[in-house]
Design a protein around this ligand. Sequence first.
Ligand SMILES: NC(=O)c1ccc[n+]([C@@H]2O[C@H](COP(=O)([O-])OP(=O)(O)OC[C@H]3O[C@@H](n4cnc5c(N)ncnc54)[C@H](O)[C@@H]3O)[C@@H](O)[C@H]2O)c1
Length: 635
Amino acid sequence: MASLRGASAFVTGGGSGIGRAICVDLAKHGCHVTVADVSDAGARATADLAGPNATPVYCDVASSASQEAAFADHIRRNGGLDIAVLNAGIPERGDLLSAQDDSWRPTLDIDLGAVLDGIRLASQAMAPAGGRREGRQGVLITVASAGGFFSMPFSPVYAAAKAGVVHATRSVAKPLLERNIRICALCPEFVDTPLVAEARAQSGPQSPFYRATAGTLLTADKVAEAAHVLITDPNRVGQCLVLRMTGEWMEAVPPSQTLQYIPRPATSTSPIVPAWREWATQGLAGGRTTRTVMIRRLSNDFRAATRLETRPVPAPGPGQVLLRTVYAGINASDINYTSGKYHASTAAAEAQLPFPSGFEAVSVVAEVGPGVKHPRPGQAVATMVSGSFSDYTLVPARACLDVPGPSPEYVALLTSGLTASIGLQECGRLRKGETVLITAAAGGAGQFAVQLAKLAGCHVIATVGSEDKARLIRSLGADRAVNYRTEDLKAVLRAEYPRGVDVVWESVGGEWFGTCLNALAQKGRLIVIGAMSQYKGPDGWKPMPHRGLPEKVLNKSTTVTGFLLLHYTHEFRRHLALLISLYSAGKLKIILDSPEHVGIKAVPAAVDRLQSGQSSGKVYVRISEDPLPPVGAKL
Ligand SMILES: NC(=O)c1ccc[n+]([C@@H]2O[C@H](COP(=O)([O-])OP(=O)(O)OC[C@H]3O[C@@H](n4cnc5c(N)ncnc54)[C@H](O)[C@@H]3O)[C@@H](O)[C@H]2O)c1
């Protein structure tokens, strides 16, 4: 269906979340939309948003009669039906395994039964009396879920219902096409809607579901974009489109119309849901070797400096633990490390060559050496020691920091989160009501600096390099986002903050340092976190001359402080626990850059991504190419 203008669409569950975004999009493109929902208020609110092309209609999909009446009403008003989006759904109800009754049943009835009924009603409305539809092709979209493909230990009935929707969609694709109706399924991962909010509230902060949905979720608008493509692209038939939280679209089913049933011999004896403990040692099964990204020569060109090498995995000695890396973090300073900048001198760095790269990871303990009581095998830990770009690392047990699980969010809280938390506390000494300027605010550390400054009650100005990043940083609480590609930071500060700013979080360097220094108010504090703009270039990090620095500092009684995280190791445990508790309480968001980089060979590409300035939030690499245990697997 190339154009939606003049077509008519029926959307169940249009009164909220994904359904609402789809209704608004269809109406915007000239489609006459019936917003069918059991919530009158929700349906009306959507119709108000969508404008005159949208009509709210009461419809309880749990009742076949109610859904039939709503379809009939649509056909009366529009003279036919072109598009139906069967979207209404509810989260898991009751607890299947401990319920004494069938309190779980509404989930199956609404999320599967009502969708099957909707397929029946919509296809009969599009091709009356089972005949072939003439003229414009009909389109049916079922809203299933990525949960239709993976097991959801916390929502088994929901997963069963969604798997049913996927399978029904595939099964009817061919017979419906013979009636000139296309059907496809939308299968999003977690989306930021009231449905997820309700399920989170029910499951509580310690649950695997709560943790699985704690990061950056898809937005309903992104799902509506995918729905738009499925509706308008005539080549999509029977497609089950999985929308990843990383932003990727993946096809879950081959677009074949002749699905084959090929049973295979069950040769695998591994458990269905491997626990993390098994996963951590399974990588040792093929021989005790580990791959490590080694620095062979000093250079700020990461690719030129490093080589992937395979070496034996040593057994842990007394007081040591062997870790299997799950996620490793990427930092602007990785290229300072490869150029030897964190050694006492270039000569000292050269003398140590070759040495391993990467300095932060979240891992799972594979083995522990004699005398180690904590951590235990299978436990998730964070480390901030050299060599994290490796399959396995051997570290002292005392270097392991506790984290609730092996998730990339906790990698973000390491160098990035700790730099913001410790740096602002030790050097920023923020007071409520002060004005704070955060540079590179959409970066790994900047995102936390913005949020922590807001939590401290400050007014936050944030510099970013794109409109998307400006939106992102405003969503984290920034009061003023300055897109330096379209606005002049100096002019903004002069016009809008004539008194100056009290604290600057400066990580860009170069000319920016001067601009930020001049912007300080009396007794202002400037924290030098880094000088990212100076790291690159053929000759590496070259010092900048800053004329008049002593005079400027004196004239306004300002302070310029350097902050290097390495000097604050004694604060790591306390601040990491603090950040984790803020995150668990929903007071701190963690933005992860997407798409995810997978496999140790992807480390250089991830370093490039960070250096390109295109990334938003924390850049990280999933080190292992092996599939990870599913969400909720035992630690
Ligand atoms: N939010 C997610 O993470 C996510 C992920 C994958 C799939 N989905 C699916 O997307 C669909 C929409 O979910 P959402 O996240 O937008 O949820 P939502 O709660 O924001 O919206 C669901 C809408 O369905 C309506 N509804 C519920 N029961 C109904 C009934 N019996 N009759 C008619 N309307 C009814 C609600 O009133 C609400 O307006 C659901 O099928 C859901 O399972 C959601």
